[in-house]
Design a protein around this ligand. Sequence first.
Ligand code: PHE
Ligand code: ZN
Length: 857
Amino acid sequence: MLDAQNAAAAPAFIRREDYRPPDWLVPDIALDFDLDAVRTRVTARLTVVRQGAHDRPLRLDGDGLSPLSVRVDGADAAGWSLEAGALVIPLSGDRAVVETVVEIAPDKNTQLMGLYASGGLLCTQCEAEGFRRITFFPDRPDVLSRYQVRMTADKARYPVLLGNGDLTGSGDLEGGRHWAAWTDPFPKPSYLFALVAGQLFANRDTFVTMSGKTVDLAIWVAEADLPKTQHAMDALKASMKWDEDVYGREYDLGQFNIVAVADFNFGAMENKSLNVFNSRYILADPDTATDLDYDAVAGVVAHEYFHNWSGNRVTCRDWFQLSLKEGFTVFRDQCFSADQGSAAVKRIEDVRVLRAAQFPEDGGPLAHPIRPDSYIEISNFYTATIYNKGAEVIRMLHSILGPEDFRKGADLYFDRYDGTAATCEDFVRAMEEASGRDLTQFRLWYSQAGTPKVRATIEGDTLILEQSLPNTPGQTNKQPMLIPLRLALFDRATGTHAGEQLELLDTPRKAIKLPGSGTRPVLSINRGFSAPVLVETDRTSDDLAFLSAHDDDPFGRYEAMQQLMLDTLVAAVRGEQADHQPVITAVGNTLANNALDPAFIGEAVLLPSEAFIGDQMDRVDPEAIHRAREALRTDLATALAGQWEAAYHAHAAARFEYSPEAKGARRLRNVALGYLAAGRADEAGALAFAQFEAADNMTDRIAALGTLANGGAAERAAALAGFYARYKDNPLVIDKWFSTQAFSARADTLSAVRALRDHPDFTLHNPNRVRALAGAFSMNQLHFHSADGAGYRFLADILLALDPINPQTAAKLLPPLGRWRRFDESRQKLMRAELERILAAPGLSKDVFEQASKSLG
Ligand code: PHE
Ligand code: ZN
């Protein structure tokens, strides 16, 4: 418990129910930046307009700013004050022009929020509340302004000056300086403001929109990185076309710029017409990026582009509505990616991410609904729940309404709310009106946290569906949800079904009469993962094996195999006699099925991760899980040795090609390599090393390195050293070198990660590098949860060292420590002790305070 003194000092909760429209609007803002890494001077001229009848002063948010000058309507202002960082100015009239001048230090900005230096660049990150670190402003998303921005900077250091909107002027100045002016005609909230200055080079192209307007596209990077930008450019053009084809949404300005920066807290940012990206989601070439990296680049480029409508043209009223833009935009990028390649494999990957990141969040101390009710620090709410569960909620609407009514609803939403700041409720109401359906019960997905459980059993001629929703922090006694379940009933004799149906489960229990032929059907349920729920059934291992061979829904087929594997593994972990044969047979049949796409086979034959096995258990036993999984992996490897070998050799390519077929072949081949290594470690070392040396692409090279790093082959050290030497100048690849070692199952992994913490290439100032070491290690269930608590201490030490530098990224490292309730008493104590040590640290950020205090519960 917090004592009275601490409670007084503890950061306050912001509540959704306290929302009030802004007292003052700012229809126009003119910003002048005198740019310099050490000292940048920012002059802001705001036209402010009183909204409604009230006598409250103008309150401009500020974070770490002190005004050098405050003027109102051209005269020095009187009576202003600073309150908790904010500038408060009493104004008598209903309209005024308020001018402030501040100075900020980009090169001291290690939080990477506001204006900061990355490499030789100056760039901004304003979402969610970074703009207040640049200038005094009502920094909330429902204050929309037209921006006019002028920048001056040293021309040699910062030859390129980019802003939102259109370039409206530029020229040279004395003393080697120059200037540029940018005007954005679209009113926008401050979180979408951006500028970038530096030595950048552009990959340029054009796109002609559906109404015939030509848009100039540019992807800006360091000169040496230009050859790695073509994939991102192709993805950008494909996304622009896709949004026209699928949503009828056209781009609205003459220019679209993307800039890649090395130091970035998130993946990328959708600033109006000036997207800023973590370079890992732009740069890709065969030698340095894996197939997964290529997919991620395309997915994130599409995501940020799609925000131009779902986020920018229609933005969020307040940060509790974050999923309005993020859930919808993730759904849009998922559909885009599904349309670019194998939709089945994309769906499997999306569900895997949801289960790995969101289900544990929903079942733990940080659980929150996709529209939260309160927060301490909004940065902590850029979560898998807001993004990925949010996307599942939109997908369910799409399934319930059908594509045509969903599109009508989206049109209504975009048209009705264009140029405004909307709410999740506005979105649902548009869907309701366009479709004529009552979505009252569906709205519970926005307010109730936790992953629903559905139990499906067949009793005689009846299918019984039951749902329940566990308690989550602050929420008990939940109401039944509306759960759309796609299902099919297979006839075991023919291997077919009479058609898929969409069952809307809206009560705690529902009994459905089966069309009776007398024989018990095999149930395929939650096909395509139609609802983000946990499904429990009474299906036997025979049923699952049958579905893994016959289900015509690829996700259902994958799911049946996963469930068969999970049932086998969970039994083994519990110490029950585990028969591996059904899994071996099912995997063997899948490998032998020539009708299947190799990319799909590669996913289907993979064992569930150790973490996911742990998620099925009340008490996670990391060592027992590792042993059980290794035993099954070894048996699969040995029993199917010939098939793995055949798959490995059948899918070898003469030379690298980037196509869905070639990607699928690499996927299956590398999965086969993993099994070959599990079966015959000695020979596989040589095989992996040969692949490592001969690879003409990163997918094959890193797969071989991962296999070697995980084991004890003689070639291991040479591969790690060779990889480092080859890529030492490429930070994105060196990240892979760090994380590959952090993921290793080897007994010496903890001492290896400790040594990597002291490696000259390790830095707390680059979020990618921190995540590559500490983030990756915290997902290594076996070693992070080492029984002596050394893994917990390692993570907490890094987190505490990082907090004063970059609290946002530090707070993101914390959740694995909050899962203590799932472990044995001794581990619980050790994890709680680290959480308490973190909470006791002097000067703790509110970001980490919120995560740690909630995690202790
Ligand atoms: N809005 C960004 C996105 O999802 C994410 C982001 C949030 C980036 C906060 C930076 C800071 O596309
Ligand atoms: Zn987004």
